[in-house]
Design a protein around this ligand. Structure first.
Ligand code: PPS
Length: 692
């Protein structure tokens, strides 16, 4: 730390400081009293006094004591007073070092405290400690006991990420979840009501039921998913947001193809609560603990290493050679140290999981110069909000002590909208960042797309290649990489590092060895179960992977016996099926599901859950309702028509026809074996079944 870098005070200087301080406070004290107060012998004191007088720090004058014995009076000269102030500073610095050492010995970590003068005199802004919302350890123990009696809100995974960054200062200047006025202001103007720049609404969304159960002014406990109290919040605001407006303003469109808009409408609660947060403890992470740092820990680390300029690289992907080149160039351009700062909170659904990614980063870290590169994990829940997200990322990195931030092509881009067009232009994020750069106090290092020039055997920014027509430009897109991994194809050395490819292959074996889910949907009696059964048998005949059939009726008997057919119950039923199927897929098995699953949003949620682990093949069994009713195998349609069964799909309850299923099978005029075979062909074309 910089405080440690100031020349340490010597013992003599320490002694002089004590003497000057004492004479300043009690100028009429006897020599004996002074000697005992500063811990020296009378002889020692006399020589110190002489030295101080000779140096011009004190004035000694005669005076008579009440008992007529000869005495001296001491006073500080102007020079002495200045010297005392100078030494006070250094004396405190020494005490601080001792305190830090003691703290470290007792707790195994630094206190994070830095004396005020060192914050202002010796440190740059980006290195000084920033405010956190945590209370001291003693207070937190007390508060934890008190909070056990409060009404509790069980935080969602995303809220846990948000809370962690609120509490540790990553979201500085926020002091809690946004109030209604701040929310409105952030949504409309990207600023808090006090004028500070803040582009992302950080809100505590809850269910209507929970919102109704609390009163304004009440404290609530915020618990993680295991029930651990992480903090408390005083609820000052409660409101029902206009989610469509939030989507339009923050994400640019009220289009559920955007993952955050989808989250907003289909996962987030309908009511927001706002108010200040008191931090009790950090969320517990069992993974990569040594790689996680709070803003103050990173700032302390930079201070320790004497890093004044730090350029941060944000990423949610494994690092390949293009990224390495980009980060090298950025560090060079900014003449700064490099912080690789990957997001390990929540990223875009379908991304490579963070465990794999961190192993990849660790493998690549060796290829960076150790003395100028660091890697730290950021528990952020990304929103994929492109331009606004870039500004948000910049502010967060500034809180983490960085001076520069890399913004590449399509920063935090969510992909295409429901019309198949990109939500944001490739350089919109850079443009918005530029607009606010000065105010943010963190400099952008903009990057264009990096491509490989074969003739020169190196990566270059695409827009800087002057001889485009004379050289061979190579590039592998994310989609192409996924395809190559999925099909077990070679990934060239110019594209990535063998260590990274090996890690990715471990997690993502070729598709023919991965688990997957076939999800049949269609009316009751459409033939889902029959085709599913035939498919199961065919897959078992092939062997290689365990197959589980989660048929509608079987599930309702074993997993969902207490559920009826309301929308709520159907959703719950499908989510349970999705959960089981995702576990099967994750573990390399084949799950075949055959429920009605009438709601498109629920099917999409299940797809997202499963696609984290393997392929999801939606098969619409498109038998018309008339045909199903004509077949009426179980006699249920008759009962439904008679009103004896309520909420019957297709008769008195809705069915959202799948718009883009992987496969649609017509059962009228086609036998079961052929329908099942169509599925097999589809699986083969997707690489899920390898040719023998
Ligand atoms: S859902 O909506 O996906 O939860 O339904 P699911 O669990 O697949 O339904 C399984 C079977 O329940 C019978 N059944 C009904 N279906 C629709 N609506 C109502 N109200 C209803 N009541 C009972 C029906 O036989 C379903 O059969 P299959 O043929 O398996 O789809």
């Amino acid at each position: 730390m910089h405080a440690l870098k100031a020349k340490p005070i010597s013992d003599e200087e320490g002694q002089l400081f004590l003497l000057l301080r004492h004479l300043d406070l009690t100028p009429h004290a006897s020599q004996r009293a002074i000697a005992s107060a500063i811990g020296v012998s009378l002889g020692g004191l006399n020589s110190q006094l002489r030295a101080a007088a000779e140096a011009g720090f004190i004035k000694i004058s005669d005076r008579d004591g009440p008992d007529r014995r000869h005495r001296f009076a001491y006073s500080l000269t102007t020079r002495g007073a200045a010297e005392k102030a100078r030494l006070a500073d250094r004396f405190l610095a020494r005490k601080y070092v001792e305190y830090q050492a003691l703290h470290a010995e007792l707790t195994g970590s630094g206190s994070g405290h830095v004396p005020i003068n060192h914050r202002t005199n010796l440190m740059q802004n980006n290195l000084a400690p920033i405010p956190e919302l945590y209370v001291s350890y003693d207070s937190s123990q007390k508060l934890k006991v008190e909070a056990a009696d409060l009404t509790s809100w069980d935080l969602s995974p995303r809220q846990i990420c948000d809370l962690e960054l609120l509490m540790n200062g990553g979201f500085n200047p926020l002091k809690g979840f946004l109030t209604e006025a701040d929310y409105d202001s952030v949504v409309e103007t990207m600023r808090l009501t006090d004028g500070s720049l803040w582009p992302m609404p950080i809100t505590l969304d809850v269910s209507e039921k929970f919102a109704e159960s609390i009163e304004i002014g009440q404290d609530i406990a915020l618990r993680d998913q295991e029930g651990v109290i992480l903090g408390t919040m005083t609820v000052t605001d409660r409101w029902t947001p206009n989610k469509s407006r939030e989507a339009e303003k923050v994400f640019g469109a009220d289009d559920q193809a955007h993952p955050a808009v989808n989250y907003l409408h289909n996962t987030a609660g309908n009511v927001y609560l706002g108010g200040p947060v008191t931090g009790i403890q950090q969320p517990v992470h069992y993974d990569f603990r040594a790689r996680r740092d709070t803003p103050n820990e990173l700032r302390a680390y930079f201070r320790k290493l004497g890093w004044r300029k730090v350029v941060a690289f944000q990423t949610r992907n494994p690092l390949h050679r293009a990224h390495q080149e980009l980060t090298f160039r950025a560090a060079k351009e900014a003449q700064a140290n490099l912080l690789i700062h990957p997001v390990v909170g929540m990223t875009k659904p379908g991304d490579v999981d963070h465990f794999t990614r961190v192993r990849c980063y660790e493998a690549v870290l060796d290829k960076y110069p150790g003395s100028t590169t660091a890697m730290s994990l950021l528990p952020l829940a990304m929103r994929m909000a492109g331009p606004r997200e870039a500004v948000w990322h910049g502010l967060i990195r500034k809180n983490y002590g960085c001076t520069h931030f890399i913004v590449g092509r399509d920063h935090a881009g969510p992909g295409s909208n429901s019309q198949g067009e990109d939500f944001y232009g490739p350089y919109d994020a850079q443009d918005l960042f530029k607009e606010y750069e000065e105010e943010m106090g963190i400099e952008m290092v903009p990057f264009k797309h990096m491509v490989y020039v074969q003739e020169r055997a190196q990566y270059e920014p695409a827009d800087e290649i002057k001889d485009k027509d004379d050289v061979t430009i190579l590039n592998i897109s994310g989609t192409e990489l996924r395809r190559r991994l999925a099909e077990g194809l070679e990934i060239p050395e110019w594209f990535s590092f063998p260590e990274v490819v090996a890690e990715l292959r471990k997690t993502k074996p070729p598709r023919a060895k991965q688990g997957f889910t076939v999800f049949f949907t269609g009316f009751s009696g459409s033939g889902k179960s029959t085709i599913a059964n035939a498919l199961m048998v065919k897959l078992m005949e092939m062997g290689g992977r365990p197959v589980t059939l989660l048929d509608g009726d079987i599930v309702r008997k074993n997993l969902s016996s207490e559920l009826g057919f309301s929308k709520e119950h159907r959703d719950l039923n499908i989510r349970r099926i999705g959960y089981v199927a995702s576990e099967i897929t994750k573990n390399g098995g084949i799950a075949i599901c055959a429920p009605i699953a009438p709601y498109a949003t629920t099917r999409r949620a299940v797809r997202e859950e499963i696609e984290q682990f393997g392929a999801f093949i939606e098969v619409h069994v498109a038998t018309s309702i008339e045909e199903c009713e004509r077949r009426d195998r179980k006699g249920l349609y008759k009962l439904a028509r008679e009103g004896k069964i309520k909420e019957f799909t297709g008769i008195s309850d809705p069915y959202d026809v799948p718009e883009n299923p992987e496969l649609r099978v017509e059962t009228e005029g086609t036998d079961v074996d052929n329908c099942a075979h169509q599925v097999i062909l589809k699986l083969e074309s997707m690489g899920l079944i390898a040719a023998h």
